[in-house]
Structure formats: structure tokens, C-alpha cells
Design a binder for this molecule. Structure first.
Ligand code: ZN
Length: 318
């Protein structure tokens, strides 16, 4: 059975989370606040389940790996990507992720993590941390992380609705308060925290930092290029804009106004996230309603499909 698999996300309730996933996306979060929803995930730290059809209730991982060739288009035991929503009411700690080689060596074969952010919503004046200020070397980075003065070396950039940021492994980064973000990333949960604004919990304890590994994993030559820039293109039924394209993933945003046809090779799975509006996903065999906050996994052997309605869709693939 090949059909678009709608997912039930896994929520993460970190202290910095807000209530936007509930208020904007009508998500059934446990309690009043949620920081993250793992929308398309086969990572063992947060396994999505399937919301529709004959596979309803099973984990996405179980469904995909019981029919790997049809689902992923090749025989493999790795699901390479992960899609999340992040709702930051407060600032997140500043962090860096390793690349594949570093993670393989130091994190038991875990993948590295290159990621991209799409800003779904932002409060006026919102900023985020993107890289280190030019000229910050490993010694300065290490010393200032150790003595709690890293903030002066961080590159803060403005972030507004519709912005996209590409964050290669080795880039120091952080989401700040007032941002709702869709994150497409390598399927990895390896994070080295370097600065937490010297915050303490109610018992006066600071969160653990991972400065030694962060200093090694950081790429000091990376220029703080900030936003990805691709042109908007007209397509029949709407517009598209590439948000990120790298060796791990491609992410394209579609603004659908009537109906957009998506054609794809039958060797490639795709992931869809609806960030605004609503529509209907039409495929050979049926239809699925899709609305803001919904996510789908499109199996590799499902060829052409279309979405009609008035909505914004992020389409990601390897
Ligand atoms: Zn990150």
C-alpha cells in the first residue's frame, strides 16, 4: 500500500517552549506549552507515528523499514532526515553540531547535523545567532565560552517571517525568543552547547556545556553569510522558491494559489510540511486534506501528486 503518510508528531517540552503550536497549528500538545514537535522523524529519540490509512498507529520507522525499497527508493537502514517545528518563547542555548566525520568518531556513529531554518513567524525585532563575529578564533571562542563572555563574539542577525537560514555543521547558532521555525536537518540529535546566557535553574545550577567538543567541531573559517538567497519562480498554480540545497537535503517552498503539480522520480522520498493555509493533496489512489501544521511523508514509488487550495508548503527531499 503506497499512499501519503500523514504523521503524528512527538512533542518535546523544554523550558523555552511556547504555546504557538497549540494556538496557531491547533496541535494536541500535552499541557500548555511545547518547544518542539518532531514532524517527520525516524530518530529513536522521537519516533513519529502514522495518522492515516492502514498503517495508522504504527511508527513511521516501522512502516518505512518494512518496505524500504518502495518507501525510500533504495535499500538502506538509515532514514537520513528529520523535520521539526520549534516554538521559542525564550532564547535557546547557543550550540554547534559536528559534521559526519566528527560525529562518527566521537558520537558512536551518530550522523552529523547540517540544518536549515524557515521562519514561519517572528515577533517584531526578533533575532537569532548565526555564526561567530569575524576574526573569532578557537582560542577566543574557547576562553570566552569557559568564562561566560561568549555573547560579545556572537553574530546576531535579524529574523522575520519568510526568512530562511542554512546552517552547515560547525556553525555556531541559536534561536532567540519570539520565533516559530520549521527545521529540516540531518537525522541527528548531537548538540554541543557552548553558552546558556549564564542562566541558572531554581536551584542555582547552570546547564552543562560541552566546550571541548564544540571548540573542535566549530568551523572558524565559515563566513557568516546568513540568509540563503534564491529567486522566486512562477510555476503553474503558484510560486516556488528554493530555500536550501546541499549534499544532504533540498528544501523548496511553494505558495499554492490554485493547484500545483509535483512530479518526482520514483527513487526519491519526499517530506511535506504545510506552514500556512489549507488544501487537498491529490495522488493516484485518493486524496488527503492538508492544513497549516500538518506534515506528510511521500513514499518514493508514489510518482506525481498535486496540491490544490491556498497554502504554503515546504517540500524537502534528499
Ligand atoms: Zn541546531
Amino acid at each position: 500500500m503506497i499512499y501519503p503518510l500523514k504523521t503524528v508528531p512527538v512533542f518535546k517540552q523544554y523550558l523555552w517552549g511556547g504555546d504557538t503550536l497549540k494556538t496557531k497549528f491547533k496541535k494536541d500538545i500535552p499541557g500548555s506549552f511545547a518547544a518542539e514537535s518532531w514532524e517527520v522523524s525516524c530518530h529513536d529519540d522521537g519516533l513519529c507515528t502514522v495518522a492515516n490509512g492502514i498503517f495508522k498507529g504504527k511508527t513511521l520507522k516501522e512502516v518505512i523499514f518494512s518496505d524500504t525499497k518502495n518507501m525510500l527508493g533504495k535499500e538502506t537502514d538509515i532514514f537520513p532526515l528529520l523535520v521539526k517545528f520549534l516554538d521559542a518563547k525564550d532564547k535557546l542555548s547557543v550550540q554547534v553540531h559536528p559534521d559526519n566525520a566528527f560525529a562518527a568518531k566521537h558520537e558512536n556513529g551518530e550522523l552529523g547535523k547540517t540544518e536549515m531554518w524557515y521562519v514561519i513567524d517572528a515577533k517584531p525585532g526578533a533575532v537569532l545567532v548565526y555564526g561567530l563575529k569575524e576574526g573569532t578564533d578557537s582560542k577566543t571562542f574557547c576562553e570566552s565560552a569557559q568564562n561566560g563572555t561568549l555573547e560579545q563574539h556572537l553574530n546576531f542577525v535579524p529574523a522575520k517571517k519568510g526568512d530562511a537560514f542554512f546552517i552547515p555543521s560547525g556553525t555556531v547558532h541559536a534561536i532567540c525568543d519570539g520565533l516559530l521555525i520549521a527545521e529540516i536537518q540531518q537525522s541527528s540529535n548531537t548538540t554541543y552547547r557552548v553558552y546558556d546566557y549564564n542562566r541558572t535553574d531554581k536551584d542555582g545550577n547552570k546547564r552543562e556545556l560541552h566546550i571541548e567538543k564544540a571548540v573542535m567541531a566549530t568551523d572558524y573559517s565559515a563566513s557568516p553569510l546568513g540568509q540563503a538567497c534564491y529567486d522566486v519562480e512562477d510555476v503553474p498554480g503558484g510560486r516556488m522558491k528554493t530555500l536550501a540545497k546541499c549534499e544532504y537535503f533540498t528544501v523548496i517552498k511553494y505558495d499554492i494559489e490554485t493547484e500545483v503539480l509535483f512530479s518526482k522520480p520514483d527513487t526519491r522520498f519526499e517530506m511535506l510540511v504545510c506552514t500556512e493555509g489549507k488544501g487537498t493533496l491529490v495522488y493516484d489512489g485518493g486524496t488527503e486534506e492538508i492544513k497549516a501544521g500538518d506534515s506528510f511523508f511521500i513514499p518514493a514509488t508514489m510518482k506525481n501528486y498535486s496540491i490544490n487550495g491556498f497554502c504554503e508548503i515546504l517540500r524537502s527531499f534528499e
